[in-house]
Design a binder for this molecule. Structure first.
Ligand code: NAP
Length: 262
């Protein structure tokens, strides 16, 4: 008998939100999830042209998982550090797709400077997006996932949250917070079939690290090179997949060329 499911892609019919998906790691994640068949919400803060380009690329590649009358990707602007914008983002997605299966909390910024020079506003901006933004999106989406009794939440942390990094007191505090948040929320949501994991990239080539590349850094990377956004996206794909990751929650996965070895 013919297997009617044989042509289904692994994430076909799933709805995924990727925050900060217009550039860098988020872009690669959105593309990867769409390639796996998911309907992807490409969130961004200000790069509307880049977000539209990604949606066009996904559509042109024909990777849409056509939910009834819906394409494979849409771009939605929202500053995810702001509660009203997060709530309206999640409401729009829920109205359009009726469900949310995967949330990737990826949006992040840096405001690097040494502690003694760090202005309170540089501290606050990083905490507001990189930590509070993760809380706001996770809280809003978990209400939907609790009703569905299923969901995958994947938080993009950083090796800076595990080992510290001079000049990044704000960033490493936020990312360490994301790791603690991941473990607690994983315990709170586990009984409802929702998994929550973190991915901790090392040094990945994106706009965020454009000015930082230096031979000095390579000495701390056993694999001897910087990472690519697609290499982080591969781990996110794994964590979103069934049955590969159904029994994994509360974990932190390093994609860092060996920088952190627990
Ligand atoms: P990136 O290239 O600078 O891209 C940042 C993305 O976040 C952009 O899409 C940007 O949207 C979006 N964004 C910024 N502020 C936002 C806001 N308030 N609301 C919604 N979206 C916002 O950064 P990246 O290197 O890809 O980093 C992605 C994630 O990985 C971050 O959480 C970062 O901390 C983490 N990470 C990166 C590295 C690395 O080496 N690159 C290492 C460890 C962890 P616009 O284009 O509209 O500004």
């Amino acid at each position: 008998m013919e297997d009617v499911n044989k042509n289904l892609q692994p994430l076909q019919g799933k709805v995924a939100i990727v925050t900060g998906a217009s550039r860098g790691i988020g872009r690669a994640i959105a593309l990867e999830l769409a390639t796996q068949g998911a309907n992807v919400v490409v969130n961004y803060a200000s790069s509307s042209a880049a977000a539209d380009n990604l949606v066009a690329e996904i559509t042109a590649a024909g990777t849409e998982a056509f939910a009834e009358g819906v394409g494979g990707a849409i771009a939605l602007q929202a500053d995810v550090s702001k509660i009203d914008q997060v709530d309206s983002l999640i409401n729009t997605v829920t109205e359009k797709f009726k469900r949310i299966d995967i949330l990737v909390n990826n949006a992040g910024i840096t405001r690097d400077t040494l502690l003694l020079r760090m202005k309170p506003e540089e501290w606050q901006a990083v905490i507001d997006l990189n930590l509070t933004g993760v809380f706001l999106c996770t809280r809003a989406v978990s209400k939907i996932m609790l009703k569905q009794r299923s969901g995958r939440i994947i938080n993009i942390a950083s090796v800076a949250g595990q080992m510290g990094n001079p000049g990044q007191a704000n960033y490493s505090a936020a990312k360490a917070g994301v790791i603690g948040f991941t473990k607690t929320v994983a315990k709170e949501l586990a009984s409802r079939g929702i998994t929550v994991n973190a991915v901790a990239p090392g040094f990945i080539v994106t706009d965020m690290t454009n000015d930082l590349k230096a031979d000095e850094i390579l000495k701390y990377i056993p694999l001897g090179r910087y990472g690519q956004p697609e290499e982080v996206a591969g781990m996110v794909r794994f964590l979103a997949a069934d049955p590969a990751a159904t029994y994994i929650t509360g974990q932190v996965f390093n994609v860092d060329g060996g920088m952190v070895m627990a």
